[in-house]
Write a protein that binds this ligand. Sequence first.
Ligand SMILES: [Fe+2]
Length: 239
Amino acid sequence: MRILVIADIHSNWHALDAIREPFDACLFVGDIVDYGTDPVRCITWAKNHVTAGIRGNHDHAVAQRITARGGRGFRRLAAATRPLQWDLIDQKRLKYLARLPVTQHVEVGGLSFFLVHATPRDPMDEYLTDDIDAWNDRLQTVKADFVCVGHTHIPCHLQLNDKQLLNPGSVGQPRDGDPRAAYAIIEDGKVHLRRVEYDIDATLEQMRSTGIDEWVVRLNEQVFRSGGNISRDEMESIR
Ligand SMILES: [Fe+2]
């Protein structure tokens, strides 16, 4: 049994399409949309391939038609791309986002999983990376072999007191300094964090084809090529 675990696709179809691993089941832990400009193909893939999935903060905001307030850094990028998500995503696909549960318990291949985008304390927003004590605290009452999360865009696999914590990293917008698409495979109960190169130029070309502002494409390019290793000041300088 091979289980593909993915998160944070962020409307980057070419990154998602580069993952060619065979799998028996796919678990998705949130954020199909925003930042990128190709949400339709990403949602279609999820509808066709995801065995069990939950919503991320960006899926929630797009599905509930919440206007992005903007600000600095990634907030500015999300605000710049959100109206385009609404232009492109049809009612059927919007409904798919709206119906994704906030959390989910699921059994796959004899293993039990708890899926949540951020943490059980704040399922869509709390930012927690590799702090073992904090994760043990947050997951005390959760019964599962594996807890799968996303949100940070940084891959992480931790052995906790009585379960394993897995963040597969981000498919479409890695922020750990490695530009390659990130995902995880669980095979025979063992976790493998994986990376695959994708055609960043094709993603940028698709962005330009939507007619979105050129600064959005250039900012995305800097984020992609640096693997998210970009300061807020550098982000602000791209206009
Ligand atoms: Fe995300």
